[in-house]
Design a protein around this ligand. Structure first.
Ligand SMILES: [Zn+2]
Length: 286
């Protein structure tokens, strides 16, 4: 921890004195990042010649890589004065690699769930966010999920972000609006990748596009860091609105920036959910 960080931590304010509209406060939100392992997702597609091609998807993101991803997520959220804290020593939920279902699901159940995920279409009526993805989480690492693999009534202590190998056909992320549950697929067959042939997505906005929030080199297919920042925006009540920005985080073709109305809304929602507190830290000028 550097000296500035230590100094700012010492300046913790009582929660009661923090108001979402106070622009000089960075709101600290506790986040647990879950890298889900032990579930293989296999997407099959038929080639023109009639052969079948299989893509076998596991979890390629390591804890070290996830730390870098979260740095970029926080760079995207910094102009809103919102910081996602994963470090348990600072009140975060950690970045953990965990077995699907806590390693307690039968091989048959695990296979069924994986097949449901792989077969998921955009317009599916199956309640994936209530029935399938929570069942693939480890309930020991999420206070809002019971041992039966569905949500319980516990008051959330953290936001929970899950990285799964894949989350469904042409899909990249889903999140509960004004909730604390978000999921992102590491592999995607959304355009420009070919439908039926998922590829692992870039983890980061390329380093050459420094500063991070510059448009020109941002990959069109997005990166995990941008998708994660977008899904966390849904958790903070934001919808698909662009506020007139081509590179808006919630709607732009490249997803990076937040508009002033979104910043206000997100900060108001942040004050309603789990939080650690606020740092007396002026936020960067957008
Ligand atoms: Zn969205």
């Amino acid at each position: 921890m550097n000296a500035l960080r230590l100094l700012t931590l010492l300046c913790f304010l009582p929660l009661a004195s923090l108001h979402a509209e106070d622009p000089n406060k960075t709101i600290l939100l506790p986040l647990g990042v879950h890298l889900v392992t032990g579930v293989e997702m296999v997407r099959e597609a038929v080639l023109r010649n009639g052969d079948t091609e299989k893509t076998v998807m596991n979890m390629p993101v390591t804890i070290e890589k996830a730390k870098l991803i979260m740095q970029q997520v926080n760079a995207i959220w910094a102009p809103a004065g919102i910081e996602w804290v994963t470090d348990p020593e600072q009140g975060g939920g950690g970045i953990v690699s965990e077995k699907a279902g806590g390693g307690k699901l039968s091989a048959e159940r695990l296979k069924t769930l994986a097949e449901q995920v792989v077969g998921r279409q955009r317009d599916s009526k199956i309640r994936y966010m209530d029935r399938v993805f929570p069942a693939l989480a480890d309930p020991a690492n999420n206070e809002t999920i019971g041992n039966n693999g569905t949500f319980n009534d516990a008051r959330p202590e953290l936001y929970h972000l899950y990285l799964f190998p894949y989350i469904g056909q042409t899909l990249q992320g889903t999140a509960k609006i004004s909730g604390t549950f978000a999921i992102v697929g590491v592999f995607s067959d959304k355009s420009p990748n070919k439908n039926g042939f998922p590829k692992a997505r870039p983890h980061l906005i390329p380093a050459k596009s420094q500063p991070v929030l510059s448009l020109p080199n941002f990959p069109r297919d997005g990166s995990l860091s941008a998708t994660i920042a977008h899904e966390l925006g849904h958790n903070l009540s934001l919808l698909h609105v662009d506020e007139g920005m081509k590179d808006n985080l919630m709607k732009g073709h490249v997803k990076l920036r937040l508009g002033p109305i979104q910043i206000k809304k997100a900060r108001e929602q942040a004050m309603k959910g789990p939080r650690i507190g606020a740092l007396d830290l002026p936020r960067p000028v957008p």
